[in-house]
Design a binder for this molecule. Structure first.
Ligand code: ATP
Ligand code: MG
Length: 458
């Protein structure tokens, strides 16, 4: 199998193990060779020294007879070593032998000093030969030494290094595994998180530990990317929900007008005209909303540059709702607003009022009268209140009403339908124009929604 086909973790493990192993073995080998050379040199040094001692002895004593030097040679000889004195032709005159058979090395006369090492089957022998003058005799001295200690030490060293080498391989493999794991952990984490995102949605994040390395940077960037992605996904989602919510009312209004026309409007020119105009206006609004939807963005609220006549819009909304809900009685108390203009786009103002009116109608129960009143507050703000006498809202629900998808008592609201989006959209719009929206209610008595909006500047 190719190494590149392995998972990263194992690739790192294999590579680091191989490299560590290689260097360890190389180091061991060098160390072994150096030690071996050094020990051999020590042995050579010792044997040469012995030779010098013997030559020195013969020079000092002007030796008369070779056999007289036997006791001296016996003294300087040691275990596993052989000393031989040869005559000119290489015939042994004297052999001192301690545990080393003399037939292992044949005698040989020399004219200059020489040092050799040979193998006699399993035994490593070091030989030094040197010419010598003893009285009238010119001969050769041989010292032959079995390198037993050196070999023992050598074997021991080899054993230690082999054990060390095996240990080194084990350690480097272990180290490689650790390193591989350490390195791959953040990547595995990243992979796991991505897998979770696939199944559990965009809210998952990588556990971020700032090690100031490339991988923590990667996790950080990944998390930031997910934040943005989730943000835009939520916005997109919210927009689609809001848009479908907002399309509902204009469609219902157009449907109401068309039904009225088909029933008896055809013969009454004034109703015909009015209904057609109202329908066209709602269609225009629908078109605007659809364009927003296609452009994937809401019309941007632009506070500070609007001049909307609240009475006009409120009257239109009431007229539209009267068409789809003929049983309702709408009471307008908006005289005090007759000469003011609002700093909000007509389009958005209508949207807000429709959301609140829609609720007032939906949750009115049997009390089918709704009051729309307008006034100017002490802070010179314009206040619009829409009051119904319907089912009301239990106190504890009021704080959450403006949350998206929040609906009081699912059972009672299911009957009238709805998604719990209306008030949250209204709140977002009102606040975009620096206004406020609030709600007070008594259960079974009714609800008052208060909208405050700034006047147009100038
Ligand atoms: P949607 O408007 O999206 O169709 P919805 O009317 O349920 O659904 P919201 O307009 O946000 O959503 O209203 C939230 C909840 O507040 C409603 O479900 C209803 O229980 C309660 N609520 C709102 N206005 C009134 C009201 N005038 N009278 C009684 N309850 C109301
Ligand atoms: Mg609603």
């Amino acid at each position: 199998m190719k190494i590149n086909a392995l998972p990263i973790k194992w690739r790192i493990t294999v590579w680091t193990s191989l490299w560590m192993c290689f260097f360890f073995l190389l180091y061991n080998l060098v160390q072994f060779v150096v030690l071996d050379r050094w020990m051999l040199l020590e042995e050579e040094h010792a044997i040469k020294k012995r030779m010098d001692e013997i030559i020195g002895y013969y020079e000092d004593n002007e030796a008369r007879d070779v056999s007289a030097s036997r006791s001296f040679l016996e003294k300087v000889n040691q275990n596993n070593q052989l000393i031989r004195v040869l005559d000119e032709s290489g015939k042994p005159l004297l052999t001192i032998n301690e545990g080393l058979p003399d037939q292992w090395v044949l005698p040989k006369a020399v004219s200059t000093r020489e040092l050799t090492s040979i193998w006699h089957s399993q035994d490593h022998l070091l030989i030094v030969r040197s010419p010598i003058h003893i009285g009238s005799l010119t001969g050769t001295i041989e010292i032959i030494r079995e390198l037993e200690n050196y070999e023992k030490l050598n074997h021991f060293l080899l054993l230690i290094m082999a054990i060390g080498g095996l240990g080194g391989i084990a350690f480097s493999t272990f180290g490689g595994i650790l390193l591989g794991r350490q390195f791959v952990k953040p990547i595995a984490q990243l992979t796991e998180t991505m897998g979770n995102i696939k199944y559990n949605g965009l809210s998952q994040r990588v556990d971020f530990i700032d090690n100031r390395d490339e991988l923590s940077k990667l996790s950080q960037i990944f998390n930031e990317m997910m934040d943005r992605l989730e943000g835009s996904f939520k916005k997109q989602n919210q927009f689609v929900e809001d848009a479908s919510h907002e399309l509902r009312t204009p469609i219902a209004i157009i449907e109401g007008h068309l039904k009225m026309l088909s029933r008896w409007g055809k013969d009454d020119p004034s109703i015909l005209n009015e209904s057609l105009n109202a329908s066209l206006e709602e269609l225009a609004r629908l078109k605007g909303l659809t364009q927003d939807l296609l452009a994937s963005s809401h019309a941007e609220p632009l506070p500070g540059q609007n001049q909307t006549d609240p009475c006009l819009i409120l009257t239109k909304v009431v007229d539209d709702f009267s068409v789809i809900h003929p049983a309702f009685l709408f009471e307008m108390k908006t005289q005090s607003l007759s000469n003011v203009t609002l700093d909000i786009s007509a389009h958005h103002f209508k949207q807000i009022i429709m959301i609140v009116m829609d609720n007032a109608i939906k949750y009115s129960g049997d009390q089918k009268n709704i009051v729309i009143s307008g006034s100017i507050t002490k802070d010179k703000e314009i206040q619009i209140q829409i009051t119904d006498n319907g089912i009301g809202i239990p106190e504890e629900h009021i704080p959450q009403l403006f949350d998206r998808f929040y609906r009081v008592d699912k059972a009672r609201s299911r009957k009238v339908g709805g998604s719990g989006l209306g008030l949250s959209i209204a709140k977002r719009l009102v606040e975009a124009y620096n206004g406020t929206i609030s709600l007070t209610s008594r259960e079974h008595h009714g609800t008052v929604v208060t909208i405050k909006l700034p006047r147009s500047t100038e």
